[in-house]
Design a binder for this molecule. Structure first.
Ligand SMILES: Nc1nc2c(c(=O)[nH]1)N[C@H]1C(S)=C(S)[C@@H](COP(=O)(O)O)O[C@H]1N2
Ligand SMILES: [Mo]
Length: 305
């Protein structure tokens, strides 16, 4: 779904002419099935409305694309917007490996065509206490996982972000153990809400938001949604993630949004929606409890925080 209004021909700018030409080329490439057209950040990306969207108003594009966490490019909120433009996103491949019947490396073009792209408007709650509403474009991660056929002993999924030492200034510092690594239990990863994301607001992902592909796991704190993925690995044991390594007492493997479990240094009961003045109450599982609470039946969520 495009958020842009139809434009009268008299007002078509060179950018629109360029984009239409690229849309045509991409459609042609899809039909031929071989021709690889590079993915460009900010290029228009068509999608259809998908399930699980919140009825809440999306955060303005400008905020989504300029207030970011992407520590590889710096720890200030404006660092990713300022520095991530150097990230090289073509060519780009994703390795899917580990405990699967068919380990494979996928090109980004092939991934874009693996399943129909959907727009899903999800809440994102950062562990720091702010939140946004983001109109993502992607498809359930399950579409990819089922193509590689997980083996019976696969119980967890590890997500590994890119490391480009020449474009990512922060890799030289040890704020986190690089590459940025995250993880989910396999049933969490296969849950339909877990989204493999290629775009937002009708466009290919801006680089600062994790181009050319990232995760969106809306019932968990934002850091579980790793950006600029280069590998997905199915494993038997719970993987050690970058944030758990950095502070095991502060960041847990599960990291489900939970207003009753505070971060040791601050409360998680409330959050500030970017663009709003008054804080609002944080919802259990970020408001996705109806869909995901059953994944945690019988688990002590204070222990497994
Ligand atoms: N590779 C990588 N992925 C990452 C991060 C990061 O620093 N590096 N930050 C995480 C955090 S803390 C949040 S809140 C979200 C922010 O996503 P956004 O900038 O698109 O809103 O990305 C997550 N994914
Ligand atoms: Mo975050």
């Amino acid at each position: 779904m495009s958020i842009r209004p139809a434009i009268p021909p008299s007002e078509i700018t060179p950018r629109e002419v360029f984009e239409r030409r690229r849309e045509f080329l991409r459609a042609a490439a899809a039909t031929l099935g071989s021709l690889a057209l590079p993915v460009l950040a900010g290029e228009r990306l068509a999608s259809r409305p998908g399930p699980h969207s919140t009825g809440e108003t999306p955060t303005p594009y400008k905020s989504i694309a300029s207030y970011n966490n992407f520590y590889e490019f710096g720890t200030d909120k404006t660092d990713p917007f300022e520095h991530a433009q150097r990230l090289r996103i073509q060519p780009w491949t994703l390795r899917v490996e580990g405990l699967v019947q068919r380990p494979r490396t996928f090109g980004i073009e092939e991934l874009l065509r693996l399943a129909p792209l959907e727009e899903r408007i999800y809440r994102l709650r950062c562990v720091e206490g702010w939140s946004m509403v983001i109109p993502w474009i992607g498809y359930s991660l399950e579409h990819l996982l089922k193509t590689v056929e997980p083996l019976g002993n696969a119980r967890y999924v590890e997500f590994i972000s890119a490391t480009q030492s020449d474009t990512m200034p922060e890799l030289r510092r040890r704020v986190l153990d690089w590459p940025y690594t995250e993880g989910l239990r396999l049933d969490e990863a296969r849950h339909p809400l877990s989204l493999l994301v290629f775009g937002l607001y009708g466009e290919v992902l801006p680089k600062q938001n994790g181009a050319p592909l990232r995760l969106a796991v809306p019932w968990k704190y934002g850091f579980k949604s790793a950006k600029s993925l280069v590998a997905i690995r199915l494993v038997e044991k719970e993987p050690l993630t970058s944030w758990v390594k950095a502070g095991p007492g502060e960041y847990g493997f599960y990291s489900n949004v939970n207003p009753t479990v505070d971060h040791p240094r601050w409360s998680q009961a409330r959050e500030r929606r970017i663009g709003e003045f008054f804080k609002r109450e944080t919802l259990m599982f970020n408001g996705y409890g109806d869909q995901v609470a059953s994944l945690y039946n019988g688990m002590d969520l204070k222990k497994y925080f």
